[in-house]
Design a protein around this ligand. Sequence first.
Ligand code: UDX
Length: 435
Amino acid sequence: MKVSIIGSGYVGLTTGACFAENGHQVTCVDNDPAKIASLLAGRIPIYEPGLEQIVERNVKSGRLRFTTSTEEGVDHGDIVFIAVPTPPQPDGSVDLSFIEKVAREIAAVLKDYRVIVDKSTVPVKTGEKVADTVRRYAKEGVEFDIVSNPEFLREGCAVDDLMNPDRIVIGASSDRALGYMQELYEPFSAPVLVTDINSAELIKHAANSFLALKISYINAIASICERSGADVDKVAEGIGSDKRIGPHFLNAGIGYGGSCFPKDVAAFIAISEQLGVPFNLLKEVEVINRRQLDRFVDLIREKLWVLQEKKIALWGLTFKPDTDDTRESVAIKLAEKLIAENAEVTAYDPKGMANARLHPVGDKLGYADSALAATEGAEALVIATDWPEFAAVDFEVVKSKMATPLIFDGRNLLNPETMRKIGFSYNGIGRGSSA
Ligand code: UDX
């Protein structure tokens, strides 16, 4: 099929590349000429495992093209995706100005029937507004349908999430549009859930908020474990082995971050308030998430007493492993808090150091070439992101490098017993009896 994607950012580019990989003819559009020039030169502006090879292969085969022209995109695709940013506003509600602008731009060049699909994460009822806008700005009589097809990509495994999704959600208002969408997803062999547009839009916010809730739930349990001497890892295993609960997203830590969860939870709170049914449970999810980091800093302060001039090795700057993304990263927030108390922080992250430098705290940190090098002379090692390579470091060597063998494991990455045997004083999250 012929597909176009308006917006070649993280979601648009990955989605477009995977459609091409499945045999479709894809045109990715972006209004940033520098981004398109870079893509045409074979340079991928983001780090996402496997993406570069897929882009290269499909550009070579002619199935994947890039352009700055919306008209070219709309002329090419029977299906035209909107995948532009929907950033948060100061009150948590979603800024829909990019969506509205693209809806007008598509309308201005619409000549024949097109299925216009919203891929961006948007509040429920946005599809209705996009339909009104396209109708208002398009030539009279031109036919189109609006579809909502939310993405559920995790950074770091987006290609796999796209190629082998748990489910595909299609919110369509006509059988004609649904037919196009079913043909598009035919090669993916994943369960397809067909809904109305409003339900599809709501599924995205409800899913991400539920996952954030699950993380805050286990983090609240972790606090209770610390006070009671129980072990959150065991509690998570015990509750997660109930099929109705499931084992995933029950890793206690210093909280969730990234470009999706904080924004989507805030948006869902704002949406529910606008609809007159305040979702106060989600406000508590946010409170618990903030408290996790504060409690962790309290713990560091409790052990180190005064943070001023303390040499701290910080492992991890990205919001999670396997990405270079530091947006809304709890690790960056932690670095800010340590620096605010005049600690001397030397950081290491396998992929995130370049992005970390762009944050205001970035030039106040020292940077090491390796996890091991960061611990040279350190009075404490703080783990903020659970990169697997951190667990594989030789901790005998770490201990020999550190001034005082103290570990604060914000992601419960290490085995407390092993660390204690080596001679570390180990502090995890909610590992009451073993930490
Ligand atoms: C998320 C959703 O998973 C995805 O479906 C959606 O489309 C976009 O948002 P992503 O932002 O890439 O994906 O990150 P995810 O892997 O979900 O992790 C989010 C945050 O939660 C990270 O900061 C991670 O460290 C934290 N987390 C995750 C925990 O603290 N504990 C867990 O058990 C799981």
